[in-house]
Design a protein around this ligand. Structure first.
Ligand code: ATP
Length: 282
């Protein structure tokens, strides 16, 4: 049996950092939003071990990969679970603030639980996912959702209106851990527009790589409602009345960066394409 599903990227419509906690994590209040940019996962049974093939050579395919860590976590919880061969087609840039690794982990948990016929539902899987990364539980909800705590306490919100978006992917990534370590309580956030912001992490992200500011100035000339995506290097903007020509002109101003036109993904579309729906129906 081969099972396949798409693992969606997210952005944050807004992100407020409330403070640093005693355990070293930061307390946040954010609104997550799934967007139409996906990795693809394929799992099939294989005797006794976890074998991951990943199409992006810059992402490790050993036990550092969140997909392998998700499989290992499930096998620890359910010692009778089998092995699996997993193929991961990466399209979501790593370290871009798009939650790709977390999304892959959530979808791997869902697919492997079905493959191995484990007696476990999405709520318990989301709990296992929270131990792998703060953003993982959001991918058991999708659409528009509020995230509190370190992001792992997720409350579904009514879907925000469907929006066309533009995403700028610079040719470098930014580490989430470094962004949080640079964050200071008085940092000026990205200002709020009709769809995006504020994002309290913007100053920290911009301070890490001076190229970020050049990218942000270029995008905001054409798309005033834009912000840094979460804690990563990507910038996201509401397309509004602008079109493919505007995106093309922006791409020519930023050689080396990728400019993608995408859109928000509602919870019902998310549930279908991620196969979460099948788990909810059981
Ligand atoms: P977030 O918005 O959740 O902080 P991000 O986009 O900034 O996410 P990810 O792409 O989720 O960051 O992860 C980046 C780091 O995680 C990289 O160091 C990468 O090597 C590692 N990683 C582990 N597994 C994966 C995976 N399946 N896909 C992408 N990166 C992964």
């Amino acid at each position: 049996m081969i099972l396949r599903a798409e693992a969606f990227a997210k952005t944050n419509l807004r992100l407020e950092v409330l403070g640093r906690r005693r355990d070293g994590f930061h307390e946040i209040d954010t609104v997550f939003q799934t967007i139409d940019l996906t990795d693809r996962l394929e799992v099939s049974e294989a005797p006794g071990r976890i074998d991951l093939e990943c199409t992006d050579p810059s992402v490790p395919s050993d036990s550092r990969n969140l997909v392998v860590r998700a499989a290992d976590a499930l096998r620890r919880r359910f010692p009778d679970a089998g092995g699996a061969r997993i193929r991961l087609e990466k399209n979501i840039p790593a370290g871009g603030g798009l939650g790709g690794g977390s999304s892959d982990a959530a979808i791997a948990l869902l697919l492997l639980a079905r493959l191995w016929k484990l007696p476990v539902g999405p709520a318990e899987l989301a709990g296992i996912g929270a131990e792998l990364g703060s953003d993982v539980p959001f991918f058991f909800v999708g659409g528009t959702a509020r995230g509190r705590g370190r992001g792992e306490i997720v409350e579904p919100l009514p879907d925000a209106p469907s929006r066309a978006l533009v995403l700028v992917v610079p040719p470098f990534s930014i580490s989430t851990a470094e962004v949080y370590s640079r964050w200071r309580p008085g940092d000026a956030p990205d200002p709020a527009g009709p769809v995006f912001g504020p994002n309290s992490l913007a100053s920290a992200v911009l301070a890490i790589n001076p190229e970020m500011d050049r990218h942000r100035r270029a995008i905001s000339r054409s798309y005033p409602d834009c912000q840094v995506s979460g804690s990563g290097s990507c910038l996201v903007a509401w397309e509004g009345e602008r079109n493919a020509e505007t995106a093309k002109a922006l791409a020519s101003e930023l050689p080396g960066a990728r400019v993608l036109r995408t859109r928000t993904v509602s919870r019902s579309e998310y549930e279908k394409r991620s196969t979460l729906e099948l788990s909810l129906r059981r």
